[in-house]
Structures are given as structure tokens and as C-alpha cells.
Design a protein around this ligand. Structure first.
Ligand code: SF4
Ligand code: SF4
Ligand code: SF4
Length: 376
């Protein structure tokens, strides 16, 4: 069947997978940098190809108009590129989430957590921010916190956001994150709430096996993810120092340049263009594994104070390798199962797919302090 051949090919990184990756990266580049491309790249192309006419900004504006029918009732105004993006993103999570649920309908854990991410995306990351705009309140995403949504704990948030929203972000980042991670591990957020994890586990499910499992990638992810966390913390501190100094000088120029650099390279380039563009080439969790600063914090908590672990019953393991193949975070689950060792890895997002694809019931997701077991 042609459709099946196309799908299998894309899942195996064939030429169509490369086209899909380029398409996704171009889309994200247009989304984030349409004005910059119009100013810096289009004139250059016009020198090379006289008569060439194209405006990325106008293209995105026209594309966005397609969802005006939804934007007017929800926001009281026409659609812009961010509303269009939010609509497409949410649609993908919901439609592909239903497909995912159908596939894993016999796994209660998979069904519940997928319903959760679909609901969070639809309500907290799409409807509520839209309705806030209709009420002339600054749009706010209640399901994202510092340092993933870094601007929610920067000095600018003090005057741009309603104070209650600012306190919500502070409460979630500094109290809810450690407490919930203590009880449930990283999964409470990465597999039940976060929109990035939602897209990875629904629209990206066909690509989860592409995550590299090499030891090199494990070492690399530890370097990159903690480096970005350090940069995020240092940048936040510098911006607050600058805010309270309130003196426009070289230091303040440096602070704002650092902020612009972070949003351009980390926020847009890494999290958006590479993070999603690489789905068909390197799996769905490139950003989550190698970049996300919140994942770094959750991971540290998971391996130090959290009660969450995956237990293994090595006597039952037949070394088939399904668990390792389908681990989106590149963890060699089989090696742990064969040693009979609990899995407590900072990278593990507790998606539970290793448990779901194990034919022998070797693996269990557990929160030991509560005595809870995630039944199959
Ligand atoms: S690793 Fe970061 S981006 Fe990925 S699901 Fe977790 S919090 Fe979200
Ligand atoms: S070890 Fe299992 S639960 Fe953890 S990320 Fe990999 S597949 Fe998901
Ligand atoms: S899927 Fe199950 S049986 Fe196969 S290697 Fe992993 S733990 Fe062992």
C-alpha cells in the first residue's frame, strides 16, 4: 500500500524524511524570523535573481488569515502568526493524540496521560491565552514555567504580566516543581503537562525510535543541557541585577544583548527550528534531551530526591530490546533490565512506553513513597 510505504520510509529517515525535516525547519524559521529574513536575506536573493519578489511577513499574515474564523470569536480580533501556530499545534496534539490513544488503548497509563496533555494543550495553552486577549489581559500560559518559559521570571515580567500571573509562575517554578517531582518524578510535567512533550508523544510518536542511544550522545546531553541551564540562571541573575541597578551603561547593554542572544539561539533556534525540525531525523526529543533547562532541573531532582523509578524483574527479560528501541530519551533500558537494576536516569520522562512495549512485563513505573504502582 503506497501510504504504508511512504510512512515506513519516513520512519526510516529516507529522502522524504529529509524533505519533511527541511519543511519543518523552514516553517519555524519563517515563524520566528520572518522580518529578519525580509530585511537581510530577501534583498540578497534579489541581487542574485533580479525580479524575485517575496515577503515572508506577508506570507505568514496571509496564512494566518485562514484561521480568522476562530480568532475573532476567541480573541476578538484577526489571527496573527502566533495564533495560527497555536491552532495548528493544538490540532496536531488532539488529532494525533486520539490516534495514539487508539494505538495504546489497552494501556491505562498511556490513555490517561495522553488525555491529560491533550486537555492541557487545548485549554491552558490555546483557549485560555486566547480568551485572556479577548478580555484585554496579557496572554499567559499557565502550563509553562521558568526556565522553560524563561520570560515568566525575568524583570520584564514584573511590569508586563498581571501580578497574580507572576506569582503563579514563581509558585510553580520554585515550589510545585520540586514537590511534585519528589513524589512523581519528572513525568508529572514532561509526560502529563508540557506542550513540547505533548507534541513529541502524539504527532511525533512515529519517530521515537530515532533517538540515538550511543554513549557519546548520553555524555553530550549532560554537557549541553546543564550548560544551557547555567546560561539561563546566569542570564536571569544578570537581568535582575541590571533591573535593580537601573543605570544605563555597558553592563545593561550586555544584559540585554545576552537576553536577545538567548531568545534567538536557544528559544527560537534550538527549541523551535532544531527541536521540531529534527523529529524525522533524530527523534522527537532533541530539545528535551539536549537543551531544555527545565528538564535539567527536573532531572537533577529525579536522581537525587525523587521516589520515582522504573523497577525491573530481570528473571523475565528475554533481551528482545523493544524497550531500548522505543525509548524516546535514548536510554538503554534493556541493559538495566538484564542487570536487574532500577532505572533512575535524569533523562527519563516517565512516558512508560518501555513498559508498554515489553512483551514480558519486566518493567514497572513506581512511586515508592506512596506505594503506588502503575498497572498495565
Ligand atoms: S524536557 Fe522540557 S520541553 Fe521536554 S517535555 Fe520536559 S519540560 Fe517540556
Ligand atoms: S526509560 Fe521508559 S519511561 Fe523513561 S523515557 Fe525511556 S521509554 Fe520513557
Ligand atoms: S522489552 Fe522487556 S523483555 Fe525485551 S529487553 Fe526490554 S525489558 Fe527485556
Amino acid at each position: 500500500m503506497p501510504y504504508k510505504n511512504i510512512k515506513t520510509g519516513i520512519r526510516r529517515r529516507n529522502i522524504l524524511a529529509w524533505f519533511l525535516a527541511i519543511f519543518l525547519m523552514l516553517f519555524y524559521a519563517l515563524l520566528y524570523w520572518d522580518k529578519e529574513i525580509d530585511e537581510k536575506i530577501i534583498p540578497f536573493l534579489q541581487v542574485l535573481f533580479p525580479g524575485f519578489r517575496f515577503s515572508c511577513e506577508q506570507f505568514m499574515a496571509k496564512l494566518s488569515q485562514k484561521v480568522d474564523f476562530l480568532s475573532y470569536p476567541l480573541r476578538g480580533k484577526g489571527a496573527d502568526k502566533w495564533f495560527f501556530y497555536g491552532f495548528v499545534y493544538t490540532l496536531l496534539v488532539v488529532v494525533m493524540g486520539l490516534r495514539f490513544i487508539r494505538h495504546y488503548r489497552h494501556e491505562k497509563y498511556q490513555v490517561y496521560r495522553t488525555v491529560s496533555v491533550m486537555g492541557v494543550q487545548l485549554v491552558l495553552a490555546f483557549l485560555v491565552p486566547s480568551l485572556l486577549q479577548k478580555a484585554n489581559v496579557k496572554e499567559f500560559y499557565f502550563s509553562y514555567f521558568w526556565p522553560l518559559k524563561i520570560e515568566y521570571f525575568l524583570p520584564s515580567a514584573l511590569y508586563e504580566l498581571p501580578r497574580a500571573f507572576f506569582y503563579w509562575g514563581v509558585f510553580m517554578s520554585f515550589i510545585a516543581v520540586p514537590v511534585l517531582t519528589y513524589f512523581f518524578g519528572k513525568r508529572w510535567y514532561c509526560s502529563w503537562v508540557c506542550g513540547c512533550g505533548a507534541l513529541a508523544n502524539t504527532a511525533g510518536d512515529d519517530f521515537r525510535h530515532l533517538s540515538t542511544k550511543t554513549e557519546f550522545s548520553w555524555k553530550l546531553e549532560k554537557i549541553t543541557i546543564y550548560s544551557i541551564l547555567v546560561i539561563a540562571i546566569v542570564m536571569t541573575a544578570i537581568l535582575f541585577i541590571n533591573h535593580f541597578r537601573a543605570i544605563p551603561d555597558t553592563f545593561s547593554e550586555f544584559a540585554f544583548a545576552l537576553q536577545r542572544w538567548y531568545f534567538f539561539f536557544i528559544g527560537a533556534g534550538f527549541a523551535g527550528v532544531v527541536g521540531t525540525g529534527f523529529y524525522p531525523l533524530a527523534g522527537t526529543r532533541v530539545w528535551c534531551r539536549f537543551g531544555c533547562p527545565l528538564a535539567a532541573i527536573l532531572g537533577i531532582l529525579q536522581v537525587t530526591i525523587s521516589r520515582f523509578r522504573i523497577t525491573t524483574n530481570h528473571g523475565l527479560c528475554i533481551a528482545c530490546g523493544n524497550c531500548s528501541t522505543y525509548c524516546e530519551m535514548g536510554i538503554d533500558v534493556r541493559a538495566y533490565a538484564m542487570r536487574g537494576e532500577d532505572i533512575r536516569r535524569a533523562a527519563c520522562v516517565g512516558c512508560g512506553i518501555c513498559q508498554a512495549v515489553c512483551p514480558r512485563g519486566v518493567l514497572r513505573l513506581e512511586n515508592r513513597v506512596l506505594g503506588l504502582r502503575q498497572s498495565k
